[in-house]
Each structure stands twice: as structure tokens, then as C-alpha cells.
Design a protein around this ligand. Structure first.
Ligand code: ADP
Ligand code: MG
Length: 470
């Protein structure tokens, strides 16, 4: 990524998306979201705060965190500066934009009032979207819509749980259309903002403006339509918006957290319309797909050298949730490694995620190399060798038949993964470190004094590492 080609808005939007995961939501909403990107030189980003107090506060509390995220978010270090921006006090949200506005923003972002900046994230393009079984229909249909808007799949609805790329695909459609069809009028808006805009229009008696804004467009992207639940007035308005666009052959793209048929609290006539075109889902990616996504994220962020392939694979095996969680894992791991001044290795990853991994995986595949030993795999193998269930092993129960294998599992976590005491405690229902010390001592004693324990321990050890116990 070349600094010169990145606008202040794009740089800030990238930085923000990373900050969002690192900074508590309240703080994020209150302090970071309202900021206006003023200037980006490649080495420094200037952000407009509403008043001097905010600017000072932000400088003191958040400048360092944001600067620390810059290498990940932007690909190079960047100083973060806050200054007072008069305009931001009465900033309006503007979501209508065109190719010209986008170019202008790139050339001289500081001279463009914030209201003319696109709300699209520069990263949400087809190029950056990794296709796998879980999203191939949605991706193919999105491409088709981008190539022939208003002609094949209208409306087009993408649904699925959060963090799986719905907004990304929707914006990729917009990027492609803005690239190939200059002058196309595109509106991207969340259903929540649509609702707010509608209410504001009623209050300000500006319905005519509101209607023009949403009906005189070529492509309307409405994100998270489930938000319209029980908002009767907004639904009524959207019904007419929909009809106006549809009748004129304008493309409508929507996302939802569930299939239209299951949208409770949304009028039947709308639900029916949502199903007129194509409805496609996105699901949780499988292992290979997760690896591919992580690899691509690392490549975009120019982190190939910082995150070795075996660590990426390790993350993919242990984080079985959404893509957003995968992205969060990279950020967390890098932040952890840099705080600890350690290299990004599997043990570092285990330390960074210790407690998270234990709860996530019970379907771990056998390790292909010793380096693929995970917390949950150790727990599973120990449970199996002792003939108990992994959940009993992790539980707080003090039954002797659970307590003894628990000693063994803790010692294995210590020996094979070099886990810290607190992290071992965390993956066993949050035991404190003194309990862990006691367990480790008991395990050592049993190894010497109890042949059955020793035999079980060695079996588990060999099964995990694939090599004979010395
Ligand atoms: P949703 O709208 O479904 O909640 P998003 O579109 O916001 O999810 O995606 C969450 C994050 O995951 C975004 O940063 C997005 O770029 C990323 N993402 C999701 N799916 C993919 C994919 N298949 N390839 C690359 N990145 C993805
Ligand atoms: Mg979304």
C-alpha cells in the first residue's frame, strides 16, 4: 500500500476497524467514532475532534494505542494527531456519493468537507474477499449483480450470522459498480441509519428530500434489514422506496441476520418482496477456508514475515468462529507478541489465547506435527485415556476420578505448551494459580509413586506428541 494513494478517510476507516476490537465499545462510540479524518500524509494522520477538551483527552488516552495499530491497519507506522475541528460539531451523515467524490477525497481529503466522503470501506472489495464453500453462492451472485445491476437478481439478499462478510460483499458490489459505471448513483446505508434519517425527515418536515435521496438512485444497499423489526413507519416508507426503485429497474441489495421468511416483526408484503429476487446465505468457513482467509489477511497487512504459516494454521484450527474473530485474533496475537517482546510462535499464540481456545474446540483433529498440539487437544486426549468426558475434566467437580486426570492434563499443558499458571487455571474453569501449583506437584508425585498414573500419562504424552516418552 502506497501512502500517497490512501485518502485520510480510507486510512482512518482502516485504523478505526482495528481500534474497534481493541477499545471498549462505549469508549469507541463516544470518542473515536465521531472523529473526522482531516489529513493523511503517510507518516501522520490528523483527526478532527469537536473541542479542545476532546482533543487533549484523546491525545492522552488513545493516541498511543492508535499509533500502535497503524502498522497493522495501514502497513506502516504512523503518528496520530488530534485537533479541533469546528465542522464536526454539526456533522451530518452523508451516504450518497459518486465516483467523483471518491476521487476528490483521494486527491485532497483535507479540503473536502466530511459530509462528502464515502462510507464504503476501502478494504471491502472482491479482491479482498476469500471465496470458499460457505460463501460461494453469495459471492458469485454478488459478482453477477455488480456486473449487471438491476437485471438478474433483484432484489438481492445476503443473510447469515454476524461477522461472515455480508457487509463486505455488499460493499464490494458498490466498489465494482462505482469503478465500472461512473455516474451511477449509489447509496449505502444501515437499516438503523435509514430509520434515523426517516424520523429526522418527519421532524424536519423534509420528506421530499428524504424520498429523493433514496428513490433517485441506481443502487440502494440497505444493511442489516432485521433492524426494521417492529418499526412500522419506517417499514411503510421502505415499502414505497422499494417499489419505486424496483419498478424503475434499479438494483436493491440487502443484508439480514436471518432468511427473510424468518424475519419476525416485518410486514408480510415486505418479506414477500425480499424473496422476489435471489436470497443467498453466508456460513461459518471450514478449516481450509479459515486458513486461506488468515493467509490473505496477513498478506494484505504485509505480515507474511511476522506471522509464520504454522501459526496461521494453528489459529485457523482453534478459532472456529466468524471471520471477524479470525481478524481479531491476528490483531490480538500481534499486540500480545509486541507487548511481550516475543516472536509470533505457537506458544505465543497459546499464551495470548489460552482460555479462549479451551472453550472453542472439541472437534480437534489429530496433530500432524507436534507443533499442532492445542489446549483442547490435550484435554481431549487426557479425558479419553482416563475414560472420562472432556467437560468433566474441565469442570470444578472434586470427584477423585476427575481430579487425578486433571493433574495430568495440567502437567501436560505446562510441559508441552509451556503455559503459564494463570492460563492453565483459566482453561480449567478458572482455577487460581495456587490450585494449579498444587496440581502440578501432585502430578509429579503420582508419576513417581503410581504406576497406573504413569502409564496413562505416558500414553497421553505419546499420543499428543507422536514420539516415544523418554
Ligand atoms: P457481517 O456484515 O456479515 O457481519 P462483515 O462483512 O462486516 O460481516 O465482515 C467482518 C469482517 O470479516 C470484515 O472485516 C470482512 O472484511 C471480513 N471478512 C468476512 N468474510 C470474509 C472473506 N470471505 N474474506 C475476507 N474477509 C472476510
Ligand atoms: Mg454487517
Amino acid at each position: 500500500m502506497l501512502p500517497m494513494t490512501v485518502s485520510a478517510a480510507d486510512a482512518w476507516s482502516s485504523l478505526l476497524s482495528y481500534a474497534k476490537r481493541e477499545i471498549p465499545e462505549q469508549t469507541f462510540r463516544m470518542w473515536l467514532e465521531p472523529l473526522v479524518p482531516l489529513e493523511f500524509t503517510g507518516e501522520r494522520i490528523s483527526l478532527g475532534a469537536p473541542d479542545q477538551f476532546s482533543a487533549d483527552w484523546l491525545t492522552e488516552k488513545h493516541a498511543d494505542v492508535l499509533a500502535a495499530l497503524a502498522p497493522i491497519a495501514l502497513g506502516y507506522p504512523c503518528e496520530v494527531r488530534f485537533e479541533v475541528n469546528e465542522q464536526s460539531k454539526n456533522r451530518l451523515q452523508m451516504d450518497l456519493f459518486s465516483r467523483t467524490a471518491k476521487h476528490a477525497a483521494t486527491i485532497a481529503s483535507s479540503t473536502i468537507p466530511p459530509t462528502e466522503r464515502p462510507l464504503l470501506s476501502a478494504r471491502y472489495t472482491f479482491d479482498n474477499f476469500v471465496i470458499g464453500k460457505s460463501n460461494e453462492l453469495a459471492a458469485a451472485a454478488s459478482l453477477a449483480v455488480a456486473q449487471a445491476p438491476g437485471r438478474i437478481y433483484n432484489p438481492f439478499v445476503i443473510y447469515g450470522p454476524t461477522g461472515l462478510g455480508k457487509t463486505h460483499l455488499m460493499q464490494a458490489i458498490a466498489h465494482t459498480i462505482l469503478d465500472t459505471k461512473p455516474g451511477f448513483r449509489v447509496v449505502f446505508i444501515g437499516a438503523e441509519q435509514f430509520t434515523n434519517a426517516y424520523i429526522a425527515a418527519i421532524q424536519n418536515r423534509s420528506m421530499a428530500v428524504f424520498r429523493a435521496r433514496f428513490r433517485e438512485v441506481d443502487l440502494l444497499l440497505l444493511d442489516d434489514i432485521h433492524f426494521l423489526k417492529n418499526k412500522e413507519g419506517t417499514q411503510e416508507e421502505f415499502f414505497h422506496t422499494f417499489n419505486a426503485l424496483y419498478e424503475n429497474g434499479r438494483q436493491i441489495v440487502m443484508t439480514s441476520d436471518r432468511p427473510p421468511a424468518e424475519l419476525a416483526g416485518i410486514e408480510a408484503r415486505l418479506v414477500t418482496r425480499f424473496q422476489w429476487g435471489l436470497v443467498a446465505d453466508v456460513r461459518i468457513p471450514d478449516l481450509e477456508h479459515r486458513v486461506a482467509i488468515l493467509r490473505q489477511k496477513a498478506a494484505i497487512d504485509q505480515l507474511e514475515r511476522t506471522i509464520p504459516d504454522d501459526v496461521l494454521r494453528f489459529l485457523a484450527e482453534n478459532i472456529q468462529g466468524s471471520v471477524r474473530e479470525l481478524e481479531g485474533a491476528i490483531v490480538r496475537l500481534l499486540a500480545y507478541a509486541s507487548l511481550k517482546h516475543s516472536e509470533v510462535t505457537i506458544p505465543t499464540a497459546l499464551e495470548a489465547f489460552g482460555s479462549l481456545f479451551a472453550s472453542s474446540g472439541n472437534t480437534i483433529t489429530p496433530p500432524r506435527t507436534p507443533s499442532e498440539i492445542t489446549v483442547s487437544r490435550i484435554q481431549d486426549v487426557v479425558a479419553q485415556v482416563w475414560g472420562i468426558s472432556p467437560s468433566d475434566l474441565r469442570s470444578k467437580s472434586r470427584t477423585r476420578s476427575f481430579v487425578v486426570p486433571r493433574h495430568a492434563a495440567m502437567l501436560l499443558l505446562r510441559e508441552l505448551l509451556k503455559l503459564q499458571l494463570v492460563d492453565i487455571g483459566a482453561v480449567f474453569s478458572g482455577r487460581d494459580h495456587s490450585t494449579v501449583i498444587h496440581s502440578l506437584e501432585r502430578a509429579q508425585v503420582l508419576l513417581q509413586s503410581d504406576p497406573t498414573f504413569r502409564q496413562h500419562y505416558v500414553t497421553a504424552w505419546e499420543q499428543l506428541t507422536g514420539i516415544p516418552h523418554h
